[in-house]
Write a protein that binds this ligand. Sequence first.
Ligand code: SF4
Ligand code: SF4
Ligand code: SF4
Ligand code: FES
Length: 931
Amino acid sequence: MSLIKEKDYGTPARPGEATVAVEIDGKTVTVPEGTSVMRAAAEVGIDIPKLCATDNLEPFGSCRLCLVDIDGRKGSPASCTTPVAPGMKVRTQTPKLAELRRGVMELYISDHPLDCLTCPANGDCELQDMAGVVGLREVRYGFDGENHLDEPTDSSNPYFDFDASKCISCSRCVRACDEVQGTFALTLEGRGFDTKIAAGAGGSFMESDCVSCGACVQACPTSTLQERSVVQLGMPNRTVLTTCAYCGVGCSFKAELRGDEAVRMVPYKDGKANEGHSCVKGRFAFGYASHPDRQLKPMMRERITDPWREVEWEEAIGYVGRRMLEIQSLHGVGAIGGITSSRCTNEEVYVVQKMVRAAFGNNNVDTCARVCHSPTGYGLKQTYGTSAGTQDFKSVDQADVILVIGANPTDAHPVFASRIKRRLRKGAQLIVADPRKIDLVRSPHIEAQHHLRVMPGTNVALINAMGHVVVTEGLVDREFVAERCEDFSEWERFIADPEHSPEAVEEITGIPAADLRAATRLYAGARNATIMYGLGVTEHSQGSTMVMGMANLAMATGNIGREGVGVNPLRGQNNVQGSCDMGSFPHELPGYRHVSDDAVRSTFETLWGAVLQSEPGLRIPNMFDAAVDGSFRALFVQGEDIVQSDPNTKHVTGALSAMDLVVVQDLFLNETSKYAHVFLPGTSFLEKNGTFTNAERRINRVRPVMAPKTGKHEWQIVCEIAQAMGYPMKYDDSSQIMDEIAMTTPTFSGVSFAKLDEVGSVQWPCNEGAPEGTPIMHIDGFVRGRGRFMETVYVPTRERSTRKYPLILTTGRILSQYNVGAQTRRTGNTAWHPEDLLEMHPHDAEVRGIRDGDTVALASRIGETSLRVKIDDRMPVGVVYTTFHHPVTGANVVTTENSDWATNCPEYKVTAVQVTLTHPVATHPAPVLVK
Ligand code: SF4
Ligand code: SF4
Ligand code: SF4
Ligand code: FES
C-alpha cells in the first residue's frame, strides 16, 4: 500500500445534534453547531491553507494563513477560530486573500533555512506544501537581519531531534503535549520575535517532564521536531496498517516503511482505541524486531548443560513431535502440556490450545494470563456472565466519576491514561485506590478528589466497606437492582453487617473512614461512575473476590449497561484478552465454554476429528508441582519467559530442570530458554499476520510488513509439531484460522479478516445479533440473564509483615519498559530505565541508614535479590515497590507461592520483605546500561 495520509480537517469535530448550514465558495454545507469555518470547508473538499491548525488540537489562530472573507464581516477572519453561523457566506479564494497569504508565507520563509532538498522532511513538510499552495515564488527579504537560523538542535531524546532553527512558533507541539498527551512539558516562551519553544524550565527534552510520546513530533508541521529514524533512513514510501504489540490498549499504527525497513510508526487517526495517539513504546520502541540478538534459526540440545546446536526446521519439529510421543508413552497422556502467550496473535494462540487438546490429547494448556488477569475472567463471569470488561475506552468520555483501583494507567496503559486525563480536565472527578501516589493522583491540571491509600492485600475490606456505605446510607439504585439483578437481599444482609463499616476496617485498610465514606458517596451519587482496575486488584490471594466486589458495587449503584459506567480491566499485555478468549485455560474451550459441556466439546470433536477430554487439565502452577513430583515431563512454552515472570523463581527453575523436554518459542534466548532443550525462533509483530484483542474486547488486525525472518509463521510451526505427532493440522494462511474460530465460537461468528479489513476493528460479541460488534455490554440484560450479587468475605492474606520481614513489597511496571523487558530492553527505552529500582519511603530508608542510590539486599522468606534504592514519598511508610523488567534483578526471586483462591493467580502484590543496606552509593559502581 502506498503511503497513507489521513485528511486533516484543521480543527476538531464538534459533537451535538444541532446543525448549521453555511455557504462556502458557493457550496452549501451543514455541520454541527460550533464547527469552524475551516472544518466546514474541508467537509466539502475546500482545503483552506493553514499552518497552526490541525484537527486533533483546538485552534490557536496564530499563523494567519487561513484568512477568509465572510459576507457582512469586516476584515478577513481566521477560518480556524471562526465558528460557522446560520446563513454565513464565506469566500476562501480571492486575489486579496491570496496576497495576504503570500505575505504571511514570505515572512515565515525569510526566517527559515532554505535547505528543503536536504531536509529530512522534504516531501512531508506543511511549510513547504503551503509555500506551494499560496504560490510563493520569491522572498524579498534576505537573511541579513535578525533571524533564528543559528538556533541549536536538542538531540537529548533517543528518538527525535528538536531543531529550533526550523521552528515557526505555531505551538502545535505545545498544544499536542497539553491537549492530547496531558503532560504539559512544553511552553511557548517569550513574545514576538523572541518566541520560542521550551521543554520544561528551558532545559533539554530529556531533562523535562517529557515522556517521549511523540505527539509533538507528529503535530509539528515542519522538520523542527523530527524522528531520527527518518533522518537516518529517509522518508518512508509505503504504509501498512497494524496494531501495537505492547500493552492492552491496542493502538492502531501506520507502519511507515521504506522498502521492507520500518522507518517509523505513526498512530492511526482512525484507530478506534487510540484515535491517533500513542506512547513511547508503540511509536518508537520497535527496533527490537531487527535487533542482532534475535535468534532466527531453530536450536536443539540433548541436555540443558550442552551447548546449543543450530538445526533446520525439519529436524527441530520432528524431534519435538517424536519426544512428546515418547514421553507420553512412558509417562501417560497427561505428562505433557503447553503454555500460550498473550503477546501472540489470536490465531497463534488458538493453534497451540488446539495442538494440546487434539494432538496431545489432554487439557494441559494454560496461559500467561494465569499470572495477571485470570481473576477477572472468574469474577466477571460469576457476576455478569462474561469474562471481559464492559465498556469501550471512549465510554470514559461520558463518565462523571472515575474510580481507578490497583492500576497505574500513566505507566501501563499510557494512551488510555491520556484519555482519562482529558476527561478529568473537562470536569470528571477521580478516586484513586492505590498504596502508591501514582501520577494520576496529582499531575498538571489534575487532582484526585480522593486517594485511598489502601494497604496491599486489603482490597476486599475496602470494596466491602464501599458496599456497606452504599447499602446503609440509602445509595442503592433499587430500581436497577430489582429489574436486573439477583441475590441482592442476601448480599445486602451480608454487606450491611457493621464488621464491614469503614470505621471497622480503617485499621486494616489504612484508609480513614471519613475519606472512604466520602469517596463512596461521590461514586454512588454520580450520574455515571466507572471503575477501571488493573493487576493491583487481580494479583492477590483474593483477586477474584475483589473483582466480584467491584461488580457488586457497580450493580448496586446501577452503574452498568450504558456509556460512562461499567467495570473495566486494564489488560497488561497486548493480547491478554485474546489469549483468554481463545481457550487457553485448562478448563475452557474457545469462548469460555467449559470442557465438561458435552455439546460444546462435540462441536470441536466433529470439526477437529479428535476425542477431547472432559476433565480440566493442569494450570501452570500445577504443571510445576507435577514436574517436581515427576509426573509432568514436557512443556511447550509459547512467547513467555516464565522464569522471569512467574513467582518464586526457584520453584519454577526446579520444575523446568526436572522435565525431559522443554520447548521454548520466542524472539530471543530468554531466562526460560536456559532450561530448554529446543528453541524455536518466533516472529515479531512486524512479521505476524493475524489479530490481537485489546482490553475493550476490540479485535484489531496485525498485518505483516515483511515475511517471517525465521522462514516460518509461528502457527505453521505449531501445526507441523501436531502433524509430527500424527494429528493432521493444516491451514493455508492465518485467515483460515480465524474462520475456524468464527465457526466454533458464537461470540466471534461475525469476525473474519475480510470484515476487519472492511470496518477496521470490531468488539466481540460480533455475530448475527451484533454484526458490527458490541462496544458496551449488558445494556438490556446481563449476559448471564440477571446480574448476580456475590458475597465477598474478606480473608486476610497469609503473607504478613513480621519482625524479620517488616515491609510489604508490591510490584508493577514503568512506562518505558514492558513486562520482562525482552523487547524494550533492546531499544533506546533503556535511556529512561536501565535497571529496576526499589522505591522506598524516606522514613523507611532513614531508619535503615539507606540513602538514594544505595544498593540494598531485598529478602523475603522465599529468596533474596539486590537492587538500588530510589527514595520516594510516593510510597506509603511500610511498603516498598519495584518493577520486574530486568532479569538481573529477578524481582520474582522474592515473590511467594501464595495465589488467588479461585484461579491461582500469584499474589505478586504482597510479599513481606526486609531491606538492608549492602553498598552505600559512594562505593557503588555506576550502573551498566543495557544496550
Ligand atoms: S514527546 Fe510527548 S510528552 Fe514529550 S514533549 Fe512531546 S508531546 Fe510532550
Ligand atoms: S516545534 Fe514545530 S510544532 Fe512546535 S512550534 Fe515549532 S514548528 Fe510549531
Ligand atoms: S498505549 Fe499501549 S498499545 Fe498504545 S502505543 Fe503504548 S504500548 Fe502500544
Ligand atoms: S491555521 Fe488558522 S491561524 Fe493558523
